[in-house]
Design a protein around this ligand. Structure first.
Ligand SMILES: [Zn+2]
Length: 687
């Protein structure tokens, strides 16, 4: 009976995505990506016998450092993976971009186009997102030539592109229902009014007041686009606001978000609570996670937005603490397509039940904000790992593809958050915590290895398997305020000496203020993102003063020299940057004009501060990184931040790069490699 059920499930799986495209008859190819998997750690763990499945694969072929992009960031590197080209041809340089005329910062992966409404009510056009990624993915090129593919949660595949003869489930930057990278919720009785509000790393914290056994509050949903536009229009009038305008804004602000009622029934000391979220009753004990809870947010009578969350009752003893995950898109009813074909996500949802859809699926922000402990973070992260792994295994056995690519990012997240417990030089190293959680990174690598074993056991004989990562990892022990250094050196001029207001992640989603203190008429260079420096170029920037040509070149030479010689850690006298790259030396292509003028290559242990990333100029240049986010790669010198490549075949080329995967796949299936591709096939010409 069970066998029959399995056969039926496989039959459904095989039929998923419409008419199954014809196979090419060539050996199949599977590429498993583990974001941020570091080649040195892989070698180390392999030598200890901890990664038997990867060892077996590498014994047949090899284990190599896989060159990454400048900068060594996931969006940049995965875009080069997909397109086989350098960032100058695909336009993804960082998480952030700036508007050259206004200097306003925005997410560097997508462009958001608001919806249109008739009478502020009836939707005429849905809000849309467009990818900023240029170039062409190898699955599209191969698909056009008749190669069927299954592309699963690869970063920089949202919004989903049409894949001829293929299926694609979007990964990063697929947002939560509020349009952010992951707004988490934390409701607690022991939260002071001072702590309440939006946190630096995207959480909504709410104090709970119990009257008797009941606390009533609101669960903040997605912004109402109609109300948002009305508010924007009032501000757009300019000048000082009239009393009527101010009153109107006050009223609109109270309905700016589509909220849901949340109430909690709890007897102090009982270690359990009954939660009522928009009429759905959820009974939980301390430490217990809920099933997925489906939520409908009403924008107006015509528009509903559907999402899903999981709740964790963290404490219900003498205080009550309730954590709610970011609101994930519902795969069968997303507010905007999250797969290609659009119904593909819903089909796997029907087969497998709910799975995390959020691009940034792990709870890094709550841990960083100290609203979650290490044990809970790790348990949650394994769930994120398993959700991705189940989707990949589901498609693996469907066999409707000739090339399958699946990416899991837990490897990256665990290193970001737990590096401090592996490095005694970390300012947050804690021997007691390290005794308990010091092997977290190793355990996730082992989980990845076990998954490789699962996949191998399901492969048809002759299938080629590659394990890849987009970049490696470093300790991030000290943070560097690059903008403040530019001010100190006279390249950036502030209007007054007050430090800028601290920036929050949420500013990127709510039209926050950037550079409010910068005097552009006297500023020659500014830093943002993870180690990018832009010049304030005349004719390019809104208030540019640096002339293109000789002046630009002289400034580049001068800054490269100063950064390499003068930017020194006062405590150790160590150089903070290992190298600085000039735009034209490392990028080429149609999007060269969007690249930063300089890209810093930080030395191990140093990273640009979060405030610099968003254009802030806090006081001081170098300070200890006291956040749990303690390992990183963005902005580190790409020469020391390679990813990993494990293949079952020996390579025909030296120094493989992430750009080499795309041409390797195309060549394998006999598809002509487009001339625009910078990478080279790994296994040399076909014999
Ligand atoms: Zn990362």
């Amino acid at each position: 009976m069970r066998k029959l059920a399995l056969v039926l499930a496989l039959a459904v799986a095989a039929s998923c995505g419409g008419n199954a495209p014809a196979h090419t008859g060539k050996p199949k190819m599977v590429i498993l990506g583990f974001d941020g998997m570091d080649p040195d750690l892989v070698r180390d763990f392999m030598a200890q016998g901890l990664l038997p499945n990867m060892k077996k694969l590498s014994d047949q072929g090899g284990l190599y450092d896989l060159g990454t992009t400048v900068s060594a960031e996931s969006p940049t590197a995965w875009a080069s993976f997909a397109t086989g080209s350098n960032p100058g041809k695909h336009n993804i340089y960082d998480f952030l971009v700036r508007d050259t005329s206004t200097y306003v910062l925005d997410l560097g992966m997508v462009r958001r186009i608001p919806g249109e409404f008739l009478f502020d009510y009836i939707p005429l056009k849905r809000p849309r997102v467009e990818s900023l990624r240029g170039g062409e993915s190898f699955w599209v090129t191969a698909g056009r030539a008749g190669v069927p593919s299954s592309i699963l949660t690869v970063p920089i595949t949202f919004p989903p592109e049409d894949v001829p003869n293929g299926e694609l489930l979007s990964g990063l930057p697929l947002p939560d229902i509020r349009g952010t990278m992951g707004t988490f919720y934390y409701f607690a009785t022991d939260l002071s009014r001072y702590e309440e509000g939006d946190t630096e790393f995207g959480g909504i914290l709410k104090h709970l007041t119990f009257e008797g056994n009941t606390a009533k509050t609101e669960f903040i949903g997605p912004p109402n686009p109609i109300v948002k536009t009305k508010i924007k229009n009032i501000y757009a009038k300019g000048g000082t606001l009239s009393d009527t305008d101010r009153a109107a804004i006050g009223e609109l602000k109270s309905i700016e978000y589509a909220n849901l009622p949340l109430s909690i029934n709890w007897t102090r000391g009982s270690n359990q609570a009954l939660i009522d979220l928009d009429g759905q009753k959820i009974a939980l004990k301390t430490g217990e996670w809920s099933q997925w809870v489906y939520l409908d947010f009403k924008i107006n009578f015509l528009i509903r937005v559907h999402g899903m969350v999981q709740l964790l009752l963290m404490n219900a003893n003498n205080e009550l603490q309730l954590y709610v995950s970011p609101v994930n898109f519902r795969p069968d009813n997303p507010p905007t397509p999250m797969s290609s074909p659009a119904g593909f996500a819903g089909e796997i949802f029907k087969q497998m039940g709910p799975f995390r859809t959020l691009g940034w699926a792990e709870a890094t922000w709550p841990l960083n904000e100290n609203r979650m402990d290490e044990g809970t973070f790790m348990a949650d992260m394994y769930k994120a790992f398993d959700d991705r792994a189940h989707v990949i295994l589901n498609r693996l056995v469907a066999k409707n593809w000739d090339v399958l690519v699946g990416v899991i990012e837990a490897t990256d997240r665990v290193q970001h958050m737990m590096w401090r417990l592996t490095d005694k030089k970390s300012p947050l190293y804690d021997a007691a915590l390290a005794a308990k959680y010091g092997d977290s990174i190793q355990k996730v690598y082992q989980r990845a290895d076990a998954f490789v074993g699962d996949v191998v056991s399901k492969l048809e004989p002759g299938t080629e398997l590659m394990v890849v990562s987009d970049h490696g990892f470093h300790a991030w022990n000290k943070a560097v305020n690059v903008n403040t250094w530019l001010v100190e050196q006279g390249y950036m001029v502030l209007k007054n000496q007050n430090a800028s207001r601290d920036k929050k992640l949420d500013d990127l989603f709510g039209g926050g203020e950037f550079w409010e203190n910068v005097d552009w008429s006297k500023t020659r260079a500014y830093a943002m993102g993870l180690g990018q420096i832009y010049f304030n170029v005349r004719g390019r920037e809104g208030q540019g003063i640096v002339s293109p040509g000789a002046e630009y070149m002289a400034l580049a030479d001068e800054l490269v020299g100063k950064l390499k010689t003068d930017l020194i850690d006062p405590a150790t006298k160590d150089h903070i940057v290992r190298n600085v790259y000039k735009r034209d030396d490392v990028y080429a292509g149609e999007f060269l004009g969007n690249a930063s003028d300089l890209q810093l290559g930080f030395a191990d242990g140093y990273r640009v501060s979060w405030q610099t990333a968003q254009g802030g100029t806090p006081k001081g240049i170098v300070y200890d990184n006291m956040q749990k986010w303690s390992g990183d790669h963005g902005g580190f010198d790409y020469e020391t931040t390679s990813g990993v490549l494990i293949t079952g075949r020996k390579l025909a080329i030296d120094k493989p790069s992430i750009m080499d995967i795309a041409p390797t796949v195309l060549q394998h299936f006999g598809v002509a490699v487009p001339k625009t591709i910078d990478g080279k096939p790994l296994f040399g010409p076909v014999k």
